[in-house]
Design a protein around this ligand. Structure first.
Ligand SMILES: Cc1cc2nc3c(=O)[nH]c(=O)nc-3n(C[C@H](O)[C@H](O)[C@H](O)COP(=O)(O)O)c2cc1C
Length: 411
């Protein structure tokens, strides 16, 4: 699956302060770079006591700046240039000291001076890390409130055992959460911002004995493409996935299952909190009535009969218990009478949209990177999308869902 780097062309100013958590800034820096961002690092002098500037020079391929009065790299003034040319500014880890300086307008080193020069239109994110008592000190709390009121985003600290062995809040937030906060703030296409999506993907495996199962040819590529596209558009995504060889997209919460019954259980747990559910998994219609506890032995003279029981219809079960305002879409993999079968399923399952695809085509459906789908709506309308990559198909489906949600003024 081809992916475009979500932060390509974005310039991030990363400020690093003198905290034990400073080493985690290397991971943040590397992750932002992998997402395509051009990262510039400013360290406080205390930060360099914890981790060396060469690490960040190597990760960013830019000089790392520490001192306000270092020889400028160009004829521009470093702190003004850095502050004004960045698309976003992140301070991670942020000490109690830098938070106090920013709240009160002190500019006595390069980082604090840069932060005062950041235009109000540029997102400024601060990820504090400190001892619990320092975090809960009235001065720190008041400073953080001041920053929040001024539009600075504080990335809440985590709870746990701190470097000083105290237990409490004050741990730097997870690197994943910090990088995700940057990504969300820079996302330009955000029609799913604040929405929670549940997406199912891949096949299910229905065991016959400890080594054999009934499966199908689904690769999971369509569901994974939907999950990745939804995240890029600002959604929080839970991806319930049957067995696939795919890497889960970044920032997606993945729940791995094998059987249809496990998939149903995971979906019923997640669905009530989601605004949109998209069932893209190829769920096995049947499972073995009994699963042998030992490997079935081969017998070349007698035939083997397996009794199959129908599996639950996952998307229909979710639709039958839908939360108020929830939008539910299903997929229909068909080989014949596609429009008739899709319309029938749309109605019998009680869905808001069904996406049909002709899986007999070699360039659409299972295990290929392209798809040609038709969207069927409850009012009888249908819309055929062209043959295109699964990622482009995912984007088109999401645009149609966003338009439908807006039209019906769903919450
Ligand atoms: C071992 C050690 C660990 C520290 N960890 C933190 C920390 O996690 N958070 C914090 O606010 N200050 C911490 N400090 C104190 C800061 O380094 C100190 O306040 C310093 O002046 C901060 O400077 P800066 O904000 O310019 O980076 C630590 C100090 C030491 C010696």
């Amino acid at each position: 699956m081809t992916t475009s780097a979500p932060l390509a062309g974005k310039r991030v100013l990363l400020g690093i302060c003198g905290s034990i958590a400073a080493y985690k800034a290397a991971d943040i820096c590397s992750r932002l770079g992998k997402l395509g961002a051009d990262v510039f690092v400013v360290m406080t002098s205390s930060a360099t006591e914890f981790v060396g500037a060469p690490t960040f020079r190597a990760l960013t391929r830019h000089p790392v700046l520490v001192d306000l009065f270092d020889e400028p790299l160009s004829d521009r003034i470093a702190h003004i240039d850095l502050a004004q040319s960045s698309d976003i500014v992140l301070v991670a880890p942020a000490t109690a000291n830098i938070i106090a300086k920013l709240a009160t307008g002190i500019a006595d080193d390069l980082l604090s001076t840069c932060l005062l020069a950041v235009p109000t239109s540029t997102p400024l994110l601060v990820a504090p890390a400190m001892n619990t008592v320092m975090l809960e000190h009235p001065a720190t709390r008041a400073n953080m409130t001041t920053l929040t009121e001024r539009g600075v985003e504080i990335i809440t600290t985590g709870y746990g055992v701190l470097a000083c062995q105290d237990i409490g809040y004050g741990k730097l937030a997870d690197v994943d959460e910090i990088v995700n906060a940057v990504r969300i703030r820079l996302s330009t296409h955000d029609d799913f911002k604040g929405r929670r999506l549940l997406i199912t993907a891949g096949p299910t495996r229905e065991p016959l004995d400890p080594v054999r199962y009934i499966g199908n040819r689904s690769s999971g590529k369509m569901g994974y493409a939907l999950a990745e596209a939804a995240v890029h558009r600002g959604a929080s995504v839970i991806l319930v996935s049957g067995p696939t060889a795919l890497e889960p997209p970044a920032f997606v919460k993945i729940v791995r299952v094998e059987t249809a019954e496990q998939m149903l259980e995971a979906c019923m747990h997640a669905a009530p909190t989601c605004d949109v559910v998209i069932g893209a998994a190829a769920v096995a219609d049947y499972r073995a009535a009994s699963v042998a506890s030992k490997k079935l032995k081969r017998n070349s003279t007698t035939s083997l009969t397996v009794e199959l029981l129908p599996n639950p219809d996952i998307i229909a079960t979710i639709a039958a218990r839908r939360a108020v305002g929830q939008f539910i879409a299903g997929f229909a993999a068909e080989t014949d009478d596609i429009d008739v079968n899709a319309a029938r399923k749309l109605q019998s399952k009680g869905l808001d949209l069904i996406v049909s695809n002709d899986v007999s085509r070699p360039d659409a459906g299972f295990d290929v990177d392209t798809n040609a789908v038709t969207l069927h709506w409850p009012d009888g309308r249908s819309e055929a999308l062209p043959l295109q990559s699964k990622r482009a198909t995912a984007e088109a489906i999401l645009s149609c869902i966003a338009a439908a949600i807006a039209k019906h003024n769903l919450p």
